[in-house]
Design a protein around this ligand. Structure first.
Ligand code: ZN
Length: 282
């Protein structure tokens, strides 16, 4: 039961009283690198469960959202799932995929949840609020019923997408979704046991305060356990890997409304929190 943040590059446990620096609290048993913690996830959870805060020795720090970087800043693999909500498939006139529709976002697109979103020149950039899963234990050829136990936690993400490039040449998903900053993740990582029902979370996205997307993760065609089972039937999943699990209806290109400089995009998931990107000319 842990909320883990990346505060200016340092792994930090977030409590009601404030942030606790993992390296200092663990007396250097764990280093500051948030990505490295996933390679020792079981050990970290065990330590965190037994840690007794000592405010005299280590006063909790104030957590400022502008200092929050991605909880998984340098994943070895990043997966995206296409057309994973019925209403989104319907709005794009696509038929529901019979198998999991998988693409990659290259890891250099990953950023924190409060960064500027630089719009490529002439771009048709669109928002896609998504539940993001970060793997904790290696997973290869596992079944859906054991999938959640391999997950470190979940975050709020936005799978920003440049629609012209995405649809060019028969489909260039990996490119159209991988400009720098197109993979914000935040505000922090929440372990699954913090959530009463991790497969049924409200998620929404607003642009300049107007709600554009609003759904629940229980509307997924392939829920998280099935996504993991299907992915790792082929590709071994590594600790710290990131999965963008698909977006519900309400994306902009259906209405020919793309992101413009100055737009503020807020993405929220129940039980996790909110991230906020501000668009600017890139
Ligand atoms: Zn997406």
């Amino acid at each position: 039961m842990t909320v883990l943040a990346n505060v200016l590059g340092r792994a930090t446990i977030v409590t009601g009283e404030g942030g606790i620096d993992v390296e200092k609290a663990s007396e250097e048993r764990f280093g500051p690198d948030p990505q490295a913690i996933y390679d020792r996830w079981e050990e970290f959870l065990g330590w965190a469960a037994g840690y007794e805060p000592d405010p005299d020795r280590l006063p909790p720090i104030e957590v400022n959202e502008l200092e929050l970087l991605s909880p998984a800043p340098f994943p070895r693999q990043v997966f995206g799932i296409g057309l994973n909500y019925r209403d989104h498939a319907a709005e794009t006139s696509a038929s529901l995929p019979e198998r999991l529709a998988v693409f990659t976002k290259y890891p250099t697109c990953i950023t924190g949840g409060f960064e500027e979103l630089l719009l490529p020149p002439g771009g048709h950039v669109d928002h896609e609020v998504e539940l993001v899963v970060v793997m904790g234990r290696p997973a290869h050829r596992i079944a859906d019923w054991e999938a959640w136990s391999h997950v470190a936690g979940v975050c709020v993400g936005n799978d920003f997408s440049e629609r012209i490039l995405q649809r060019a040449a028969g489909g260039q998903y990996a490119m159209g979704k991988s400009y720098p900053g197109f993979g914000p993740i935040g505000p922090w990582l929440v372990t699954p046991d913090e959530l009463t029902e991790p497969d049924d979370l409200a998620l929404s996205c607003s642009v300049n305060g107007e709600v554009m997307q609003s759904s629940r993760t229980s509307e997924m065609v392939f829920p998280v356990p099935l996504i993991i089972e299907e992915l790792c039937a082929v590709v071994p999943l590594l600790p710290g890997d990131v999965i963008f699990t698909g977006t519900p209806a309400g994306v902009g290109w259906v209405h020919d409304r793309f992101l413009r400089p100055g737009d503020v995009i807020e993405s929220t998931i129940e039980g996790i929190g909110t991230i906020r990107s501000t668009a600017a000319a890139g």
